[in-house]
Design a binder for this molecule. Structure first.
Ligand code: ADP
Length: 251
């Protein structure tokens, strides 16, 4: 579903990602862990085409987002293809990013109507099902400001699912939540991962969640994957000293 081949990313002289090679199978749940500034969010932003690679190729569902021409110059895929790729990938952010001027229902139905071409009735029926799934049916007409952080994040998750993505990117989705709201959101995500075919790529500091839900965990340091293993292995018997010291500091 996702493949990185020799992906490098520089911001000016700052080489943030170095020769990254990895792939994620359809339906897999992969978590990225590692210190702040190691390049995790940049990976998600490259997948969303919010940033461009400096070298290498990212392929989503078999289609490259860009390629290098013979002179080594980066050529992005055509706009129609990028639009399709973006539609295929949902993202849930740390700061929810709901539309403040729209109620909960419209937050969820807006994109399916505009970009999937769904009728309002069809989009609203689906939004109702999704709100039931995230436990917020009674908030359908509320504005985002009337909701707690945990409720806003549930709406953001429902909004992402309404686009029927094949891939869902999760960027520190519980970092802005009060501690007592974190577990509920993580339970919800675990349920979604278990009951759908969606491929997940998740950046988190919630090590217990990473351990519970992931098929694979990739430890990142200084723009490289330094360890890639099933959670039981990575959390109980890591091979790299850097992984050991990171886990020691955060657990
Ligand atoms: P992480 O998610 O692991 O904390 P990031 O991917 O956010 O790391 O950042 C990796 C590095 O890239 C940091 O040094 C950060 O300052 C830099 N960086 C990220 N985005 C930009 C940008 N748009 N412009 C310049 N530097 C950036």
């Amino acid at each position: 579903m996702i493949r990185f081949d020799g992906v490098g990313k520089k911001f000016g002289d700052n080489e943030v990602l170095k020769e990254l090679d990895f792939s994620i199978a359809p339906g897999e749940f992969v978590t990225l862990i590692g210190p702040s500034g190691s390049g995790k969010t940049t990976i998600l932003r490259l997948l969303m085409t919010l940033e461009k690679v400096t070298t290498g190729t990212i392929t989503v569902a078999g289609k490259p987002l860009s390629h290098m021409d013979k002179g080594g110059k980066l050529v992005p895929a055509d706009e129609a293809h990028l639009r399709l790729a973006r539609r295929n990938i949902g993202m849930v952010f740390q700061q929810f990013n709901l539309f403040p001027n729209m109620n909960v229902l419209r937050n969820i139905t807006e994109a399916p109507i505009r970009t999937l071409g769904k009728s309002r009735a069809e989009a609203e029926t689906r939004a109702g099902e999704l709100l039931e799934m995230v436990g917020l049916s009674e908030k359908i007409t509320a504005r985002p400001t009337q909701l707690s952080g945990g409720q806003q994040q549930r709406v953001a998750i429902a909004r992402a699912l309404a686009m029927e993505p094949d891939v869902l990117l999760l960027d520190e989705v519980t970092s802005a939540l009060d501690p007592e709201l974190v577990t509920g959101v993580l339970h919800l995500l675990k349920d979604i991962a278990r009951t759908t075919d969606i491929t997940f790529l998740c950046v988190t500091h919630e090590m217990q969640f990473a351990r519970n839900v992931s098929d694979r965990v990739m430890m990142f340091d200084s723009g490289r994957v330094i360890e890639d293993a099933v959670p039981e292995k990575l959390f109980t018997a890591p091979e790299q000293e850097r992984t050991k010291s990171f886990l020691h500091a955060v657990l």
